[in-house]
Design a protein around this ligand. Structure first.
Ligand code: FMN
Length: 203
């Protein structure tokens, strides 16, 4: 069994249609520690010791957020800047994150078709997430491709939310029960599009 640390960052949850129900679902799953960063740190005074201790106690780390200006909401950047210290996360003595698994769960207002060369957002989502991928690499974490929903502002009306929640639950349960075949994950495909191939039989 693995413990999953879910770090959720959404500054206006009263208007959230996707991340809020996903977060609610995650809270029901034993083995998932669901942290609402904006609720815990409304003035951005992140408790570094507490966050580092949380990291030590978990094997899987998930950043969950709505894509804001092709990146994370501000508090997740603040969290990285303060918590991933030299001597803790990197450097010759900084080995606390080595061997953990890292992934992003994100929603994007833009359509999937916009996130490609020739589309109005020009870049694929994995290209935009490179800083997080490289942060995982540098700190010795195993990086998984994102679990993502595009066209998020129309997803409820189009009836796409229930399936996404179901995939989310399956992913979290597989991570907790160590039944995700990480070695078979395709790097340039959304995690939610390959769950059938990577969740081991009987999980
Ligand atoms: C400040 C801000 C920046 C945003 N930047 C992007 C962006 O870069 N790309 C994108 O596709 N959507 C962008 N959006 C749309 C959000 O990603 C979208 O509202 C969110 O995924 C919806 O999720 P929710 O229902 O949980 O709030 C932005 C929204 C806001 C408020």
């Amino acid at each position: 069994m693995s413990k999953v640390l879910l770090l959720f960052a959404h500054p206006s949850q009263d208007r959230s249609e996707i991340n809020r129900p996903l977060f609610k679902e995650a809270k029901k799953i034993a083995g998932v520690t669901a942290v609402d960063l904006y609720a815990e740190y409304p003035s951005f005074r992140i408790n570094v010791d507490r966050e580092q201790q949380r990291l030590r106690e978990h094997q899987v780390v998930i950043f969950m957020f709505p894509l804001y200006w092709y990146s994370t909401p501000a508090i997740l950047k603040e969290w990285q800047d303060l918590v991933l210290e030299y001597g803790f996360a990197y450097g010759s003595e900084g080995k606390e994150l080595q061997g953990k698994t890292f992934l992003c769960s994100l929603t994007a207002g833009g359509a999937a078709s916009a996130y490609r060369k020739g589309g109005y957002n020009h870049y694929q989502i994995w290209e935009l997430l490179r800083p997080l991928e490289q942060t995982a690499n540098l700190t010795g974490m195993h990086y998984l491709p994102p679990f993502a929903l595009f066209g998020s502002r129309t997803a409820v009306d189009e009836g796409r939310l229930p399936e996404h929640i179901q995939h989310w639950r399956s992913l979290l349960e597989a991570l907790v029960s160590d039944s995700l075949a990480i070695e078979h994950v395709a790097p340039n495909e959304l995690l939610n599009h390959q769950l059938e191939q990577i969740i081991k039989e009987g999980a």
